[in-house]
Design a protein around this ligand. Structure first.
Ligand SMILES: CC(C)(COP(=O)(O)OP(=O)(O)OC[C@H]1O[C@@H](n2cnc3c(N)ncnc32)[C@H](O)[C@@H]1OP(=O)(O)O)[C@@H](O)C(=O)NCCC(=O)NCCS
Length: 178
């Protein structure tokens, strides 16, 4: 699937950012450091990485492994990670489609709080591209206390689809028919 690079706008500061498939970017030190810094921001670390990193900081090695894994997804055509780059071409956010199941695939995302105002538009762009490659339904899972994430999906026209349990945790499921 030839997902494309495109521009997305930050709703709050009106600046343009670049939405880019992971295999379009190089694993330079600056890029890895940017991923490391964002993933150690308190809200993102708490929501996504504290358990995975067993309470240790998200390291540059974690960033390198993530970027390698992200590029691999496009090679294998089995999952699709995109980065959001700032005007210095550094990644300040990421969004992914977690499988190639065209009937129903899960999405996930994180974004630096210093660039808030972008993720709704990134989800809308992801949906547009996914639809053009034949994805029929996408869904996201939000922890019950993660109202910011739920608002992103609602604003991008995902509908409530109840609660689900995964790994002994409850999540709101929101989905969209493309
Ligand atoms: C959840 C997360 C991605 C939100 O990113 P974000 O860019 O701040 O989200 P938004 O797109 O909603 O932008 C923030 C504000 O801009 C406004 N906005 C953005 N796009 C908009 C649009 N198209 N139309 C109207 N308002 C918009 C909203 O007012 C929104 O704030 P509000 O929900 O408090 O009202 C980010 O906080 C994060 O990374 N959290 C930690 C990781 C996480 O929870 N991931 C999700 C797990 S799947």
């Amino acid at each position: 699937m030839n997902f494309r690079q495109s521009k997305i706008k930050n709703f709050i500061n009106n600046e343009d950012y670049t939405f880019v498939p992971a295999h379009f970017i190089d694993s330079t030190q600056d890029i890895l450091t940017s991923i490391e810094n964002v993933c150690n921001e308190a809200f993102i670390y708490e929501q996504l990485f504290k358990v995975r990193c067993k309470g240790e900081p998200y390291s540059i090695k974690n960033a390198e492994a993530f970027l390698d894994w992200a590029k691999e997804g496009f090679k294998k055509d089995s999952y699709y990670v995109f980065f959001i780059l700032n005007s210095s071409q550094l990644p300040i956010g990421a969004i992914d489609i977690k499988s190639n199941d065209k009937e129903e695939a899960e999405i996930g995302y994180w974004l630096s709080s210093f660039h808030s105002g972008l993720m709704t538009n990134a989800v809308i762009e992801l949906c547009k591209q996914a639809k053009s490659f034949g994805f029929k339904n996408l869904y996201g899972l939000c922890e019950l206390n993660n109202l910011k994430s739920k608002s992103v999906l609602k604003r991008a026209k995902f509908a409530d689809a109840g609660k689900i349990e995964r790994n002994q945790k409850s999540y709101y499921k929101l989905q969209i028919k493309l």
